[in-house]
Design a protein around this ligand. Structure first.
Ligand code: FES
Length: 90
């Protein structure tokens, strides 16, 4: 009997301006605990910031309202195993 393939937890990073899927990353238990801003930057994507992650400038916002420097990857709402980030200016 064939085993049912289980989907892995994934983070999709989309660009709103480009209308492209910029990255699709499989999440580990460790990466889910990472700061979201640092995680996005570690994927080679530029994320604006002028307060160096102190939560003041709000340049690092994704999904229109989420301040990435103040949250963990696992705090993104998940649809099944997929979490999604949309960066407005990319
Ligand atoms: S980097 Fe300034 S609020 Fe997040």
């Amino acid at each position: 009997m064939p085993e049912k393939k289980q989907k892995l937890p994934t983070l999709e990073i989309h660009g709103s301006a480009s209308k492209k899927l910029l990255r699709k990353v499989t999440l580990t238990e460790i990466s889910k605990k990472e700061n979201l801003m640092r995680f996005i930057k570690s994927q080679g994507l530029p994320l604006a910031s002028s307060c160096d992650g102190e939560g003041i400038c709000h340049l690092c916002i994704v999904n229109e309202t989420m301040v990435t420097c103040q949250m963990k990857v696992e705090e993104l709402p998940a649809k099944g195993q997929i979490r999604k980030v949309t960066i407005g200016y990319l």
